[in-house]
Design a protein around this ligand. Structure first.
Ligand code: TYM
Length: 330
């Protein structure tokens, strides 16, 4: 069995990325001891919007280091940069030949992102989901841990796998998405009706970066927007701010929402926010310590080399089979 997921190196890594995705890679790795866990840095995907090349290199390193700092087993995890395994591009093209433009145009992320492109919309922004499907199908991954916003892309991946299998015979495993019960969509701290986003750099109080100074992050929690009611009760519709904070609390402490509600039944928002501020402070301090140790140990290069070599070996085998199926062999 293979578990696979990726993160795009654009913007800074946020608490949303951690709770919605990375935390679950780690959990699933512990749960499925025999599974192969492939995690990659989706650097090709980053190029679908304009990037500064030095910043891109830095962010790639940050993500690789954070994956390990968050608890992925460095001996067992197959960690690699997407662009170092060329077969992603080859299968990406095959997926473009399996999908229809209409399907791509219907993707909500595409519709949202295209509105933000001031210098023109890159063709690859539209075809992005074909490459993402390739990322997954190349390794016959059966479980893909993702946050809520990637569910539509995963659904498309499943459709493409089924379509290809029907046309050319059984080739790809049809993957299942895995989204956490709590925290599949962490919202902005200043605007809890929109998801916390790593590209939201104009408004740093709206998100917590995994690289934030822990005291600053504590303050961001304290100044998070909540409603004018007083009881600490989960109600995502009527009380999106406090519900978002409850999700964060629950995910970082592995406590159920109802237990937290009970604990704070007689407390006000300030007391709750103070405690959550401490939890976030401690979480980030510990995480950044681990991150700094990983970076200074210098192991990242060899982990990425080993990961790319292993992933390439799997990917080569698969693309050969696919080329045969569609008639690209001699
Ligand atoms: P990306 O880089 O935007 O996000 C990485 C992961 O973090 C999750 N996430 C969130 N979860 C909860 N709350 C939030 N506020 C939040 N923000 C982000 C995302 O759902 C995602 O799981 N296309 C992907 C990268 C990718 C990929 C793949 C993932 C490329 N190929 C193959 C899985 C499998 C992306 O841009 O994620």
């Amino acid at each position: 069995m293979r578990i696979l997921s990726g993160i795009k190196p654009t913007g800074t890594l946020t608490l949303g990325n951690y709770i919605g995705a990375i935390k679950n890679f780690v959990k699933l790795q512990e749960e499925y001891k025999d599974a192969e866990v492939l995690v990659f840095i989706a650097d090709l995907h980053a190029l679908t919007t304009p990037q500064d090349k030095q910043e891109l290199r830095n962010r790639k390193k940050e993500i690789a280091g954070m994956y390990l700092a968050c608890g992925l087993d460095k001996e067992k995890t197959i960690l690699f940069n997407q662009s170092e395994v060329k077969e992603h591009l080859e299968l990406g093209y095959i997926m473009e030949c399996t999908s229809y433009i209409g399907e791509m145009e219907r993707m909500t992320q595409y519709k949202d992102k295209k509105l933000k492109q001031t210098a023109g919309i890159k063709t690859s922004l539209l075809t992005y989901p074909a490459l993402m499907a390739a990322d997954i199908l190349l390794y016959d991954a059966s479980l893909v841990p993702i946050g809520d916003d990637q569910k539509q892309h995963l659904e498309l991946t499943r459709n493409l796998a089924v379509r290809f299998n029907n046309e050319y015979g059984e080739t790809f495993t049809v993957p299942e998405g895995f989204t956490p019960k709590v925290g599949k969509r962490i919202m902005g701290l200043q605007d809890p009706t929109k998801k916390m986003s790593k590209s939201d750099e104009g408004n740093p109080k709206n998100y917590i970066s995994l690289f934030d100074n822990p005291s600053e992050a504590r303050n961001k929690i304290k100044s998070a927007v909540t409603d004018s009611l007083t009881n600490i009760k989960y109600d995502a519709k009527e009380k999106p701010g406090i519900s978002n904070l409850l999700n964060i609390y629950s995910a970082l402490t592995d406590t159920s929402i109802s237990q937290i509600e009970k604990k704070y039944a007689n407390s006000n928002y300030m007391e709750f926010k103070n405690d959550l501020g401490e939890i976030v402070f401690n979480f980030l301090s510990d995480l950044q310590n681990k991150y700094n140790n990983i970076i200074s140990s210098g192991i990242l290069g060899s982990v990425l080399d080993k990961g790319a070599a292993y992933a390439s070996m799997l990917a080569k085998r698969k693309i050969e089979k696919v080329y045969k199926k569609v008639g690209l062999n001699r």
